[in-house]
Design a protein. Sequence first.
Length: 425
Amino acid sequence: MLAAMPPTPPVAESRPGASDRDRGGASAAGREAASGPDRDRGDACPGALRLHRADDGALARVRLPGGLLTAAQALALADAAERLGDGRLELTSRGNVQLRGLAEDAGAELGALLRAAGLLPSETHERVRNVIASPLSGLDGLGSADVRAWARELDALLCASPPAAGLAGLFLFVLDDGRGDVASLDADVTLIATPGGGALLRLGRAATARRVAPGTAPAAALAAAEEFLTAVRAAGVKAWFVREAAQLLDPGAEPLPVFAGGAPELGPFGGGVVAGTRFGSVTAAQWRALAGACAGELRITPWRSVVLPGATAVGELAAAGLRLTPGSPWELATACTGAPGCAKSLADVRADAARALETAGVPGLPVHWSGCERRCGHPAGEWVDVLATGSDMYRVTNHRISARTTHDLTMEQMAQAVAEARRTN
């Protein structure tokens, strides 16, 4: 459980397009007009009903607040992937699930399947239900609260709030049970549970927080999001994220705790099993193995692993090709979709990344392969950036450490450069 500390800068965080001036909040007395980017184009973030057209077919993103779903809902998603998509499911960095390879006219049938499974409680709010929660909450005796209840309450409040429908499709809520595992993620609104049922509420990247009374945490999170919408509307600013309008909001004066960060270790633990994936991509058969191994509930983590409460069938999960051993080169290794699924990608980055991890892979810092300059899905904090510059060429950069860059590397050189960069202390 986290202890309150004197005000210190939060763990370095990153989101595509962020700059140093975006970090931190502003005092109530010193608020100024927001200077965040003007959002002239519409929010094109995909959802379960608004499909995104990709090179490999349409893509649907199903929001799972808190990463929570029942075994029956998981099986429904596997059926949808096989019936309507390419037979695979993708886990995202917000604990959601994507289906790919859909026909352009699959939206109506997919919507009906999701409604029947209880995965589409609101058609008007389905894209704004981005809620990450501590994945081991209530299972291992750590933390100050079981934030699953917060996730469910916040989801209901979001869906019942007409203003909340105006949030961007990437606006993010994070619910940390007090252990500090998800509090360091780059969220717009973060709740950190405190002893006695209360919480600290952090806005964007503010260095301080607001104190929240016991029993009011989910309502306070929604109120903060609505406050953001009201503030940017009054200022005439087209901001999607809190960090773009930090000067308009009062961050509070409570000291923030130190954020421990970190994904749950793979393999068995006292309350079940944590199973890892390769780049968050699983087959329908692997998905069914996960659903069959749990005790009725699955929890998708922002690190693209799956927590299976009550599970014991480690052998069956390993036989299905899921990762159950900590400390492998695949730990904290991510990649964008790449070619052929994305037209903007200059390389099949997932295939190249897999070869690099298997030939010269070492565990260490997070590493992310990107097929283009957008760097979709890259992690926050310290990470190794591997950017495709051509079909067989890459550029490797240490972000937030030495900023040392190696240019135009071949596949073999890239693998060695990544291994060296991940070892950096």
